[in-house]
Design a protein around this ligand. Sequence first.
Ligand SMILES: *Cc1c(COP(=O)(O)O)cnc(C)c1O
Length: 342
Amino acid sequence: MIIDLRSDTVTKPSKGMLEAMLNARVGDDVYKEDETVNRLEKRIAELFNKPQALFFPSGTMANQAALKLHTNSGDQVICDKYSHIFNYEGGGASFNSGISCKLLDGHRGMFTAEQVIEAINPPDFYHSPLSTLVCLENTTNKGGGACYDLDEIVKIKEVCDTHGLGLHLDGARLWNALVATGQTASSYGELFDTISVCLSKGLGAPMGSVLVGKQQFMNKAMRVRKVLGGGMRQVGFMAAAGLYGLDHNIERMSDDHAKAKEIAGLLESLSYVKSVEKTETNILIFNLKETTDEAAFVSYLFDNDVIISDMGQGKLRIVTHYDYSNASHKLVLDVLKKFESV
Ligand SMILES: *Cc1c(COP(=O)(O)O)cnc(C)c1O
């Protein structure tokens, strides 16, 4: 059996989730007639205390739609240099919306209100692109699952209000942040104009994301989703998986976090590891000492049925998830320990 720790997207639906999917009542969602999708959208909207939510096939599409809803061609979005919208969405910001990204040099994928203020181009200075949107990520992916302080987001929101900027949250792993910090979904709903959340990561669903937001943005969201090719038909089977995940798989993420922290603790004690980034949720990033051959380490793990990600620049990544059992965890700790004597 392979223990796949590359991402929390590798999980397969559990028996209970499959049953919920099989029993879903569906319809044509392009006509808004899929009652399970409608139920999921209503549930997420209520959770964030926002008027409307919309189901998307992927987190990338939900984020890309948000960028489109907030901006006009030529505008600029302010985001972190590590952000998913800049690094991992295929250049979609420019492809779909004709906008550029102002990259902030944040800490572990997170930035401050101070940095936002410095990044805003004066609106009357027509030589520069018009700043119209700020996009945060929580938890951060490339930043190693770090969680924002709500106080800092409140300050960023104030800056956005002062300068008339929209505020979008890439909340692919917001569930993990909520579980780790005890913050609430509604407090995020209060601060952000739009929020995207993934069903296909910690919640364990096979696909899907939801964009939730203010009415003024969501009015156009159906059209933008259609343009991006995201209008789907009897997709309630997938929404049912998301609803099941919301019911059963949120609290259990604390188990993923505990396992990631335990691996981090072990790695810190091992002689071949140089440093381990502070592990707050289910993502763990670490570096090997210069004297250790990184490729040899990764292939040693592979030979022992453990797969992890190489993020480049010496960063290795482990992500814990729903399908990572206690038995697998014990095995991984053993395999990591044994590399010392290889
Ligand atoms: C996974 C992820 C997304 C969305 O990815 P999809 O694979 O398109 O669902 C967006 N933002 C972040 C930070 C992510 O980790």
